[in-house]
Design a protein around this ligand. Structure first.
Ligand code: DGY
Length: 352
């Protein structure tokens, strides 16, 4: 009789543990790699009231090992461009259904590996177009008109008198701006640049005849664009084809007066070649928001050059844009976890 009771007891404990494990497995797990705007977190909580939602605190660095640990039993990941989502990492994430990237660029994610595993990958296009185009114009103006240098000059009490040659920069009107990549952001820059009376030329994978007419832009081969432009602004995504698109040979083609602006991705330029070009006067100056390795280290030679304006990847950094990005990233995550079509799905072939 005693044996019978302990058998039933043990059997029940085991079934209970088994059921508990199954139940825990059914609870959806979501990992968010940064503290985001509260409205986006609220959307996720409302959509999945019983989900376990973990948010990486801003005060703690998310190491690759910690990320690996976190996503191994996660259903939904909301990450930023700083997290590298490799094939190897995905192999250890058997439950993962969606990677919602808080960025328009997605060069941080192995899309092929995600697609093979049936994991949806989403991004946040459109909402950051204006903010990024604005920052591009800001960099153009700041480098051309020596704004930072002028402000330092004033603050360090060097301003003694007005003088005709004091801190003279370069005029924008009538100069040629070469835009490389005429997608959403590239064309938003072109629209703004028209107002500054630039002559516009562009190079892009595909020609955009309607923009050529509307914005009076001329299509050029990359070589011709590099040779003819007074200012060059980069707006291509980072892909194996665009990595180091601007390298030593390209700098050799540019005018020594050329100002190069990069608000796209750092690795579109070979940074060593850029430093060399700036040091040797192959180009006049550069305005940068992105770098090959971010955050840029303080001993990076780029920061020792006085003809560089360097910003910490703030192209989309306005409250309005970053909030919209967070909301879209949250909605993408929610829709994908519900098995519906996200707003901006990169690997759309998963749904065909
Ligand atoms: C992006 O979205 O790709 C930007 O670089 C960051 O907003």
């Amino acid at each position: 009789m005693d044996e019978m009771i302990s058998f039933i007891f043990l059997f029940n404990i085991e079934s209970f543990l088994f059921l508990l494990e199954k139940l825990l497995h059914m609870i959806q797990k979501i990992f968010i790699t940064r503290e985001l705007m509260p409205e986006s977190i609220k959307l996720i909580r409302e959509a999945f009231p019983s989900a376990q939602i973990k948010i990486q605190p801003e005060s703690e660095i998310l190491t690759p090992d910690k990320l690996r640990e976190e996503i191994k039993d996660t259903d939904g990941l909301l990450c930023t461009l700083r997290e590298k989502i490799s094939a190897d990492l995905l192999e250890n994430a058997p439950r993962l259904k969606v990677i919602s990237n808080y960025a328009v660029g997605f060069d941080n994610i192995d899309i092929k590996a995600a697609t093979t595993r049936g994991i949806m990958v989403t991004n946040t296009p459109d909402v950051l177009t204006d903010a990024t185009a604005d920052l591009t114009m800001a960099l153009l103006l700041v480098t051309a008109r020596r704004i930072i240098e002028a402000e330092d000059y004033l603050r360090s009490s060097q301003w003694k008198r007005w003088s005709p040659l004091l801190l003279c920069g370069t005029e924008l009107a009538g100069k040629t701006l070469g835009i490389i990549g005429l997608g959403r952001i590239g064309s938003a820059v072109a629209r703004r640049a028209r107002g500054f009376k630039f002559d516009l030329v562009y190079h892009s994978r595909t020609r955009k005849p309607h923009l050529e007419t509307e914005l009076k832009m001329k299509y050029l081969s990359l070589t011709e664009l590099l040779k003819q432009s007074d200012f060059i602004s980069l707006h291509v995504p980072l892909t194996p084809e665009t990595k180091h698109l601007i390298d030593e040979d390209e700098f050799n083609l540019m005018k020594p007066t050329c100002i190069l602006i990069n608000t796209a991705r750092g690795a579109v330029i070979n940074e060593a070649a850029l430093v060399d070009a700036l040091k040797k006067g192959k180009i006049h100056a550069a305005g940068l928001d992105v770098y090959e390795k971010e955050p840029i280290s303080t001993d990076n030679p780029i920061l020792s050059l006085s003809n560089v304006i360097a910003l910490p990847h703030i192209g989309s950094a306005t409250i309005e844009t970053r909030t919209m990005m967070a909301i879209i990233a949250a909605k993408n995550l929610i829709l994908a976890l519900k098995g519906e079509k996200p707003i901006s799905l990169i690997n759309a072939e998963l749904l065909t």
